[in-house]
Ligand binder design. Sequence first.
Ligand code: PEP
Ligand code: MN
Length: 332
Amino acid sequence: MIIHLKPNVSVDRASQLAKENKAFHVTNGDTQILVTGSGIKEVPQSLVEHTDQYWVFPNDMQLSSRKYQNEKREVSIGNVKIGGTNNNTIVIAGPCSVESEEQIRMSSQLLIKNGLTTLRGGCYKPRTSPYSFQGMGLDGLKLLAKMREEFGLTVITEARDATHIDEIIEYTDVIQVGAKAMYDQGILRACSKIKKPVLIKRGFGTTLQEFVQSAEFVLSGGNENVILCERGLRTFETGTRFTLDLCGVAWLQEHTNLPIILDPSHAMGYAYGVPALSKACTAMGIDGLLIEVHPDPSVAKSDASQQLDHAQFEKLLAELKPVANSVGYNII
Ligand code: PEP
Ligand code: MN
């Protein structure tokens, strides 16, 4: 249940009422909000006199639900606003992993040349083998911060586990919670206590309900800047790396008020499929794309097969623009 308290209830009083009722307390503008589990169907007796408005939900999709707030939430990624009524499809691009200063500078220059604002690059890589490249760690984060300084880019990088979440939060503008990390309570709770945008990737065996509940961890902790990212599910098919769940995207668009970004690179696993998939995603009227691009994919230290080279990426970008425009969106 979500309860909007009456305007005369102070922040401190709201916080006290939340404690007494084992509820979450969030503030939206001047509105004090309490959130309890969805099992509660009637306003607790002690809250009746303080309640202005309340919503009952059939499950724990609450703050993210269109039933609570029908308007899509707006999130700022640097100077670019997505969601809300902006109709922007932001293209976030860069290598799978930050590998060297030279490589990440070339990626940064590619973005600047094409008028893009947001650079991706993993520094703590959630690899499935301990023998694979694990990422540059803090040195990589410092390189991203250097690119932000040099080129004025917004940077996004992933948190692999809770041990380095403070570093990630300090060095980046947008925190990416990886597909394998989206159940990590330490990461989610740390992300809920900040105001930086958090992009949560859907686990490859995660139901839509579980996915949205990860977002609820961040929202109910007080951070409203949550973005969902669909990046493919594991199915019986082995010809492609994963299966991009566009039905799931339609469901999320219908039922949640969160901006949605799609990652065709990890879904496909092969560069040849990424341009067509990117166009299909864009045609759904989405808030962004996350695309892996590398100056020389053949020598990439992770996800070599799925990264576009710079020429492929520029060709794709030109093709994406009319697709976005045809559904009333702008590539930005
Ligand atoms: C990535 O974006 O590089 C990544 C590892 O993604 P995912 O968490 O979706 O596997
Ligand atoms: Mn990758």
